[in-house]
Design a protein around this ligand. Structure first.
Ligand SMILES: *Cc1c(COP(=O)(O)O)cnc(C)c1O
Length: 417
């Protein structure tokens, strides 16, 4: 299909619908349809911009959709955590020169560092080895070979991810025992020195950050350096079936308290890098049941698309049969899904709770796919492919309503449906 035409098509105002049932009535789609909720993304962005006790960087890898980047930008997110030169270019092209880009992957090709610094104005980089520090110093020299004097360098510390649903503990970060020499060497060349970490994704308790900040304290004391930036990374949770985290205010309060008690609190800035929390509520997906076999449903999306995490890490996304969002009366049953490919790996165990009489031809809305969901799909299939529409109803769950209940099932919230 012609992607230019589709991009245009997708941005037409014509394609704003009230909700999933209206989309099904209008399109009777035989392929999956992405539903975007710009207002939910903007609400999340305002929440972080106003309530996090420091600066919030959006971690672009959770969902690099340009429409989402623009939405977050207009709602107050001015800093972006990019993990590759492709993301650096994308954010620069999408948001222009005023967006502040930070290149926070601790292992970067030299050419990527040079392009980011000299062409895209990136000044903030992360690292977790002496080799990476050397690469950054070399790649950012000017034409006369003079070292850059405007670098903000964040040393990534390895922390525990025992409180997170998706762990990243072993991949990146320098051990506390080895951190002091790297912090001291980085201090020598950096205009601003930061310490960053990542507790893993979907951290289910604020204690994850408190514990990590204790390790930051030890690193600062060991190295006896002044630190200008404390970056607590991503990991802020969203709401999924069986995963109801405490309110984000609790996370912010715990982080604030722990950071205030660090020896550098008077001189340092606090940063965070939410990906999931800023994007999860942005998108859902309408899929169609193509066949039913007992309690297994064959649907037209799967492990090689937006439901990557449902297949590969057994993530349980919320589901509802389209047209029956006010569930509760009919009998429900637990289902597993098969995706559209012939691959054995294209299986999603769930369980996904749906009406017991669901059948081939029915449509299912899969919610909370804005983070690590539809982005997987568009990345594999090329941007702009597939049907994408905007809807104005509430996401299936929200961290940002104050009531923490599904607005569709709640009697004290006026539903937009
Ligand atoms: C992936 C990532 C994030 C975002 O993580 P979430 O769990 O989506 O909030 C933030 N920082 C770094 C360094 C990352 O790799």
């Amino acid at each position: 299909m012609c992607s230019g035409r589709k991009a245009y098509w997708g941005s037409l105002e014509l394609h704003i619908h009230p909700n999933a049932p209206a989309v099904v009535r209008a399109l009777a789609p035989n392929e999956p349809v992405i539903l975007n909720r710009p207002r939910a993304a903007a609400r999340a962005a305002r929440f972080f911009a106003e309530k996090f006790p420091g600066k919030s960087l959006y971690a672009v890898k959770a969902n690099p959709s340009p429409d989402l980047l623009i939405e977050l930008w207009h709602a107050g997110i001015t800093h972006f955590d990019t993990a590759s030169i492709a993301e650096v270019r994308l954010v620069r092209e999408t948001l222009g020169q005023d967006a502040v880009l930070c290149f926070m992957h601790p292992v970067k090709p030299m050419a990527a560092i040079a392009e980011a610094y000299h062409i895209h104005g990136v000044r903030t980089f992360s690292l977790d080895t002496h080799e990476e520090l050397e690469k950054i110093v070399e790649a950012t020299r000017d034409a006369d070979g003079r070292a850059a004097e405007d670098l903000s360098l964040c040393v990534r510390l390895r922390v525990s991810s025992e409180y997170s649903e998706i762990t990243l503990a072993s991949k990146f970060g320098i051990d506390l025992a080895d951190a002091a020499p790297l912090l001291q060497a980085t201090r020598q060349v950096a205009d601003c020195l930061g310490i960053c970490f990542h507790v893993g994704s979907q951290a289910m308790t604020p204690f994850a950050y408190v514990q990590a900040l204790e390790r930051v304290r030890a690193a600062i004391v060991d190295a006896a350096v002044t630190v200008d930036i404390i970056d607590v990374g991503g990991g802020f949770p969203s709401i999924y079936p069986g995963m109801e985290p405490p309110p984000l205010e609790d996370y912010f309060a715990s982080i604030h308290r722990a950071a205030e008690s660090l020896p550098v609190s008077y001189s340092s800035e606090l940063w965070c890098e939410p990906g999931r929390a800023l994007s999860a509520e942005y998108s859902s997906l309408i899929v169609q049941v193509e066949k039913r076999r007992g309690n297994e449903l064959y649907i037209n999306e799967g492990a090689y698309g937006a439901l990557y995490d449902a297949a590969h890490v057994g993530w349980r996304f919320p589901v509802s049969r389209v047209g029956e969002e006010d569930q509760g009366s009919g009998q429900m049953a637990e289902f597993a899904f098969y995706g559209p490919t012939c691959d054995d790996a294209d299986f999603m165990e769930g369980p996904f709770l749906l009406p017991a009489d669901i059948k081939a031809g029915d449509y299912i809305e899969v919610g909370m796919l804005g983070a690590y969901g539809v982005a997987m799909r568009t990345r594999f299939n090329g941007f702009g492919e597939g049907l994408v529409v905007d809807v104005i109803d509430e996401p299936m769950a929200s961290q940002y309503l104050g009531n923490r209940r599904d607005p569709r099932h709640s009697d004290n919230v006026v539903s937009l449906r």
